[in-house]
Design a binder for this molecule. Sequence first.
Ligand code: NAP
Length: 285
Amino acid sequence: MQLLNGNLVSKQIKLEIKKEVDELIAKGIKRPHLAAILVGNDGASITYVAAKEKDCKEVGFDSTVLKFNESITEAELLNEVEKINANTEIDGLIVQLPLPKHINEKKITETISWKKDVDGFHPYNVGLMFKGLPCFLPATPYGVIKLLEHYNIDTTGKNCVVIGRSDIVGKPMSALMLNKNCTVTICHSKTVDMSSFTQKADIIIAAVGIPNYLKAEMIKEGAIVIDVGITRVNDESEKGYKLIGDVDFENVSKKAAFITPVPGGVGPMTRVALLLNTLLSVKTN
Ligand code: NAP
């Protein structure tokens, strides 16, 4: 079994990004600038945005976090998005989800200019992705593709099972694996006899959100297993919680040819994919 080490690969990609930033500056082109909108005081959201700020600093990007009180109205937030759309200093905008219930997330994400939509959630970018055209790819599936490419994993003709059909992971992941010449099956909560699909899969991508969902008996010997799942479980550690993936790592790793750990697999690749999209925005806009 070989570990697909997202920590290591993301570090290497960050060094390459930093080098490209230095070249942009030397050529007199601008420094990439990522803006993030954070509404309310959700602990996980604050942590994610802080991590994105730290990543920007590491590769030499400018970053701005716009923090708003939970009571901000939808109209006010839409206005803030429009202001960033018009700000030529800012290359990429992400709105940290979830938003408070009185705000329509779809309306907000669709108001972000598709040219600054570095999360790749805008329907225009989604359409380009499905057609296999250049665009901002959603960060998590993009990160998975970069990880597979780094380890030279041949995807052509492989049976790939994606478990999960969300707009941010499962659906785009299946489109990208199709573009990589896999035969793709998308499974979900209504799938009957899950094992009959996963046991035939050369590549399994689990994006379910149920700790240890994928068991060793559900996979074939030598499968490639990508664990997207992250569930926070409280524990006695200093942090007060630990992250658990969708894959029963201890047992699945004994059968798999390649496997991602949690943490240290898909998570850091997701973060670096956002940086790649922000860099792309500067190069293409
Ligand atoms: P989501 O929107 O809740 O989607 C979960 C998917 O799993 C749904 O399509 C659901 O099917 C399916 N599902 C639920 N229970 C199932 C079951 N018993 N058997 C088979 N399929 C089942 O979640 P998401 O946003 O896609 O995220 C999935 C996981 O990835 C979460 O743990 C999330 O925290 C994690 N995540 C990690 C990263 C990262 O950077 N590593 C990024 C994003 C998300 P239905 O459609 O039928 O309901």
